[in-house]
Structure formats: structure tokens, C-alpha cells
Design a protein around this ligand. Structure first.
Ligand SMILES: [Zn+2]
Ligand SMILES: [Zn+2]
Length: 675
């Protein structure tokens, strides 16, 4: 029993990288069977896949490991409480073994049906007698932990000679020099390209061109075969979202088959409605990468009118501050904000299992009725409110229900001022009553406002007064993401299909993930399809505005004109210049969106010193000043506040430094400290 005492007292190692290999672990030698010394380590069981991936990506000898044998204890089988009892035993073997199909090699009797091909095309010499393997045991005593026993960690054959990889002279020029399969990244790229409709021939042509350009094959991905891509294409073409005629049965089957993509599932029951949380492996990686120490945004309703179950999306923001969806929650409309703690906790645990140091800086909601307490409890971070959804709705309806630009601009300006006052802590419902009285002649808009917004303003006013408002850039990113999803998801010729949830699940996990995956892929511009409308990518309006030169802004009385960046004959007229409640005459603005022209004018005025600061900057200033005004007894808070301000300044300068915006940041910070 001494062996087990020793094993169970070893530390559980959890490297903070997405995948890790044997190099990242400290291995202990403990006496095993027949006086052999076992080389072993403990890791969290949930991270075994990360270890397998890390070991497969071994730089000196890339390969892949497959499950050669697996034994599971049936869940209800009685057992004696033994210290060495095992719940699960998995034997992973290097895919270049254990059989040896090389000339003179040994194949186990049970596998002797293999007939060597005459030609080496297809899968040339995959099995080369490699002995490298490791064992994973899940113990009854510690089911959350995996014991890895790794005694054969060299990629050699029975004679002890290298049998694949760069060390093996005989594998030069064949697949065996690299890994037996393409990398996960290339696999996802091929699937994503196929899902969005790029033909097999085009994919292969681009691939061959890039291999040629680099001067020939030099890694496993360069060996991508036409056959592989064709098979994937056929699988996609033949797959059918409808797993059963009955949608509910079909959902259950989808969940069963896609366990890897499901982080939370609860079927209909007497008390609870159906709720499903989807997150693919790639999404999880993005959540870890772009969410750690940063913001997570919530798009609380998508497709309420069209879909049987609307989508709630969680997004992170990439280096260009564009939103990437990292999880989807599908549940009927009526249960949207109930019981969010269940899926939220499951999601948080999933991320933390992969990266125990992961921590969110802030969570952005777009609905004041959302359960803020649960967010704070689960993510232990601050909660911000985003106003984009309301502004978008107001703007869109102003365009629809008011006939002239001047009236639209006046109404928008007044609404903007009311919101700003509220964020400063002043204003109440009466402000809106006065607004409706002052503009009662715009009857169509006021009828809409009274019916839709009056009953909802209470919670919004509370939220404005108590929560920080997210920045205009974030609002722009959320709005952009919402529009992208609309174009990419709701483009089916037969709208009847929207009433099936199984269609939605399938489309999200395949096509929609593919679009967002490709957004992040550098080589996407090589494919002409990428420029088609249905793709709608590129920068957010906020980022686009940064490219418009000041000389393209022409002030003209009450309005400002901004020259179109593609067609210089056109100039767009911006009303209420300098605020996010500006109204623009361009097509994108007419649909209620925040366009690059409105943002450009905001920047232009602010840099000239004549624009008013945004709500989020006002709140940020107020927060800092509150800290600076602390009584002397709390001077350490003041001290901290100053160093925080310096840190924030450095971060901003780092982000804007490249575009030469350092001065702007300095002036903002100076303003904070001076006031
Ligand atoms: Zn091997
Ligand atoms: Zn515009």
C-alpha cells in the first residue's frame, strides 16, 4: 500500500496553457509491478485531452495518440473500497504503432488481416512498430484526478531504433517523417471552408499554391490530401440536421452525439423548461484567450420573433475589439432570465477546469432585468450595462416613424440628454413624460414609445444610476455581432425551418462557428467567397471611423458632412454631431445602426476639444475622482488610484501607440487628474 500512499500524496499538476506535454510536468518515480520503477504524474482528469494533444504536437517527433484499449467500471457495479480501485483505464498508443507494417515488421495475430497495398498511396506505412505509449487511470479514491503512467516515452521500435520522425532515416519523404494526421488547426480550417461553401478544388488549389511557395513539403499539414478534403465535403453534404421527425427527440439525439459541444443541458420537466448551453472546443479556447482579465458581453436575445427558441450569445472581444461568440444558450423565451445560475456555473467551471487562473474583469449585460447578483456570485467581477439595443431600437423607429431628418435629430438629441443625465445620477421617469409632452406632434413615434418603452423604463433608469455603462466601442462591437449573426443565420430560403430547434443547433455548431472561425483566419482573403454579402465581415463601425482622415469632415452649420470612403462623390450628413445620438443619412445609419460617420464626427469634435465626453468617460472620471477625494486616513486608496491611473494610461497608450493616438490618451488622463 505504500505505493498508493505515495501516489495519492503527489501534487495534481495543472499547467496554465491550453495544451501541455510531458515536458511541462514533473515526473515522479515510484515502484510499480515486478520491481519496475513507474514514471508517473497526476493531472486533473478533465485535462487528459489537453495532455494527449500536447504530446501529439511534440516538436521533435510530431505524431498522434489513439486509444488502444479502454476499460470502464459500470457505474452501478458494487465494489470493495480499495485504495487502488479504478473507475477507468485508458491505454494511449502512438499511432505509428503498436503493429509494424514495414518490411519484416511484426503484426499482432489479431490484426493479421491487414494486406499491404501495392502502392504506397493512401496511408503509406502508418504502422511502424512504435512502442511509445502511456496509461491513464481514473481512481475511485480521486475521480477528478488522472494518474498518468508514462514508461515508454521514446518513439522507437522494438529494437530501440527511431521508427518515425526526423530521426528515422527511412521515413524521409514520407508521411512518417511528420505526423500521421493533419493538425487540429488545419482540420478546423478545412471544415470551416467547406461549411461556408468553398469547393474542394479551390481549397486544394490554394493549399498546393502555399506549399509550392514555401519550397515544398516541410510539415504534416503540407501533406493534406485531396481525398481527405473530398471525404469531409461528402460527410457535410450528406449530413442531415433532422435526426428524428419529432423535434424534441431530435434535440435529445443531437445532444447525445455532440457531448463535446454541450456544457449544459436540461430537458423539459414538470417544473423547468428546456435549456441547452453550447460551446465548441474552439469557442472554449477563445473564451480563455480573450476573456481572461478582460470583458465578456451578453447578447440577451436574438431571433425572438423568428426562432422557436431564441439564442442568447456570450461574446469576447478579440485584439481588434470585434466580438467572437464563445457560448450559446438556447431556451424558450419565457424562461430566459430564470435560473441562469445553472448554466452560468457550468460554464464557469468548464473554463476554470482548463485554466484555474482564468478570471473575468467585467460582464456586460444588455437587459436591466438580468440576474446581476448571480453574475457577481459566479464570475466575481463587475457588471456593466450596454445601451446599444435600446439606442438601436429608438434610432430605427425614429427613421421609420418620423418623416424629416430635423425632427429625428431633435428627438434623438433629447433622448440622449435624458440618458446622460440619468447616468450622472439625476433624472427620473418624469424626464420621459416631459419628452413625450414636448414632442407630442410626432404622434407615430410617441405612440410607439409609450407602448414599448414607458413600461420598461423603470428598470433601465435604475440600471443607468447604479451600473457603469459600457463604452461606445463595445456597443459598436455588440451591434456589429448581432447584425452578423442575423445575416449568417437567418438566410434560409424556407422560413418554416426556423421553427425547428434541431436545425438551429446544427447550424450554430457547423456553419455559424465556421464563419466566426474564418473571421480570425488570416488567409481568408484568398477566397473570393469571403467578400460576398452574406459573410459581412471587416471592421466594426468604430474601428472603420479611425481610418477616415480629418480632411473628409466638413462642418456646415448644424450638421457635419463626412465624405464616403469608397465613393468620394457622396457625402453623408450627420445630425447632432459629436454624440452617439447622432443621426446619419447613410444606408447603414438609416437602418438604426451606429455608423462610422457618426463615430468619426465624435472623434473629430473630441480631438478638437469641442465634443462632450461620452457617458462611460464621465463615469470613469467620476470613479477616479471619488477615489482621489478619499480622506487622508484612506490615503493608501489614493495611492492605489494614482498607480491605477498610470497603469490604465500605459495600457491605452500600448493599444493606440501604433496609430499615433498617444496625445489623445494623455489629454484624457490629464483632464481626470486636473478636475
Ligand atoms: Zn511513435
Ligand atoms: Zn453614416
Amino acid at each position: 500500500m505504500a505505493r498508493w500512499d505515495e501516489i495519492l500524496s503527489l501534487p495534481v499538476q495543472n499547467p496554465p496553457t491550453l495544451e501541455f506535454s510531458a515536458f511541462d510536468l514533473i515526473w515522479s518515480k515510484i515502484e510499480g509491478h515486478r520491481d519496475n520503477m513507474d514514471r508517473l504524474a497526476l493531472v486533473p482528469f478533465a485535462r487528459v485531452d489537453d495532455f494527449v494533444r500536447g504530446e501529439s504536437n511534440n516538436k521533435d517527433c510530431p505524431t498522434r495518440f489513439h486509444v488502444e484499449a479502454r476499460r470502464r467500471r459500470p457505474p452501478k457495479m458494487p465494489y470493495k473500497p480499495k485504495v487502488d480501485g479504478i473507475l477507468e483505464y485508458i491505454l494511449y498508443w502512438c499511432s505509428f504503432g503498436p503493429d509494424d507494417h514495414r518490411k519484416g515488421g511484426v503484426v499482432r495475430p489479431s490484426r493479421s488481416t491487414y494486406i499491404p497495398k501495392k502502392k504506397s498511396a493512401g496511408r503509406p506505412n502508418t504502422k511502424r512498430g512504435c512502442t511509445c505509449h502511456f496509461i491513464v487511470k481514473r481512481l475511485i479514491a480521486e475521480p477528478s484526478v488522472a494518474l498518468i503512467i508514462y514508461n515508454q516515452d521514446k518513439h522507437v521500435d522494438k529494437k530501440g531504433l527511431p521508427c518515425h520522425g526526423p530521426q528515422d532515416k527511412k521515413s524521409v519523404g514520407t508521411r512518417a517523417m511528420y505526423a500521421p494526421f493533419i493538425s487540429e488547426d488545419l482540420r478546423l480550417r478545412v471544415l470551416s471552408l467547406l461549411h461556408v461553401g468553398i469547393p474542394v478544388e479551390t481549397i486544394m488549389q490554394r493549399h498546393n499554391e502555399s506549399v509550392e511557395k514555401q519550397g515544398g513539403v516541410c510539415n504534416r499539414d503540407d501533406l493534406l490530401t485531396h481525398r481527405y478534403v473530398r471525404i469531409q465535403e461528402r460527410n457535410i453534404r450528406r449530413s442531415n440536421f433532422e435526426l428524428d421527425e419529432d423535434d424534441d427527440v431530435s434535440i435529445g439525439l443531437w445532444v447525445e452525439r455532440n457531448q463535446n459541444h454541450v456544457f449544459f443541458y436540461e430537458d423539459y420537466s414538470d417544473n423547468d423548461p428546456f435549456c441547452l448551453g453550447i460551446q465548441t472546443e474552439w469557442q472554449l479556447q477563445q473564451m480563455i484567450r480573450f476573456g481572461n482579465g478582460r470583458l465578456l458581453g451578453f447578447d440577451s436575445s436574438f431571433g425572438v420573433n423568428k426562432l422557436k427558441c431564441p439564442i442568447q450569445s456570450l461574446v469576447v472581444f478579440n485584439s481588434e475589439n470585434k466580438a467572437i461568440p464563445v457560448a450559446w444558450i438556447i431556451t424558450p423565451v419565457f424562461s430566459r432570465s430564470i435560473d441562469i445560475h445553472k448554466w452560468m456555473r457550468a460554464l464557469f467551471n468548464r473554463v476554470r477546469t482548463k485554466d484555474p487562473t482564468w478570471k473575468l474583469a467585467g460582464f456586460i449585460i444588455d437587459d436591466p432585468l438580468f440576474d446581476i447578483r448571480t453574475i457577481r456570485e459566479v464570475f466575481q467581477c463587475s457588471v456593466l450595462i450596454s445601451f446599444w439595443r435600446v439606442r438601436h431600437a429608438w434610432h430605427k423607429n425614429l427613421m421609420k416613424r418620423c418623416l424629416d431628418m430635423e425632427t429625428r435629430a431633435k428627438l434623438s438629441k433629447t433622448l440622449g440628454q435624458i440618458v446622460k443625465e440619468m447616468c450622472k445620477g439625476c433624472g427620473n421617469v418624469e424626464s420621459f413624460d416631459k419628452f413625450m409632452e414636448d414632442f407630442k406632434e410626432c404622434r407615430d413615434f410617441m405612440d410607439y414609445f409609450k407602448a414599448i418603452w414607458c413600461p420598461r423604463m423603470g428598470p433601465w433608469i435604475d440600471a443607468f444610476k447604479t451600473l457603469p455603462v459600457s463604452s461606445q466601442e463595445t456597443s459598436s462591437a455588440l451591434e456589429f455581432h448581432h447584425n452578423q449573426l442575423k445575416i449568417r443565420l437567418l438566410n434560409e430560403p424556407d422560413p418554416f425551418i426556423y421553427k425547428r430547434v434541431d436545425w438551429l443547433l446544427d447550424k450554430l455548431a457547423t456553419k455559424i462557428q465556421a464563419y466566426f472561425w474564418l473571421d480570425e483566419y488570416e488567409g481568408k482573403d484568398d477566397f473570393s467567397r469571403y467578400w460576398k454579402d452574406e459573410w459581412t465581415s471587416g471592421l466594426t463601425a468604430w474601428r472603420k471611423s479611425r481610418a477616415i482622415p480629418d480632411t473628409d469632415v466638413l462642418t456646415e452649420g448644424q450638421t457635419v458632412k463626412v465624405v464616403d470612403q469608397k465613393d468620394r462623390e457622396i457625402a453623408h450628413v450627420v445630425w447632432n454631431p459629436g454624440t452617439e445620438f447622432g443621426i446619419c443619412s447613410c444606408g447603414w445609419g438609416q437602418k438604426g445602426n451606429l455608423c462610422e460617420h457618426v463615430f468619426k464626427v465624435v472623434w473629430y469634435f473630441r480631438e478638437k476639444g469641442s465634443g462632450s465626453p461620452s457617458v462611460s468617460l464621465l463615469q470613469f472620471n467620476r470613479g477616479l475622482i471619488d477615489m482621489l477625494k478619499c480622506p487622508p486616513a484612506n490615503s493608501f486608496i489614493r495611492d492605489h488610484a494614482v498607480s491605477l491611473a498610470v497603469w490604465v494610461n500605459e495600457q491605452l497608450r500600448g493599444q493606440f501607440g501604433k496609430s499615433g493616438r498617444g496625445e489623445m490618451v494623455n489629454s484624457c488622463t490629464r483632464m481626470v487628474v486636473d478636475s
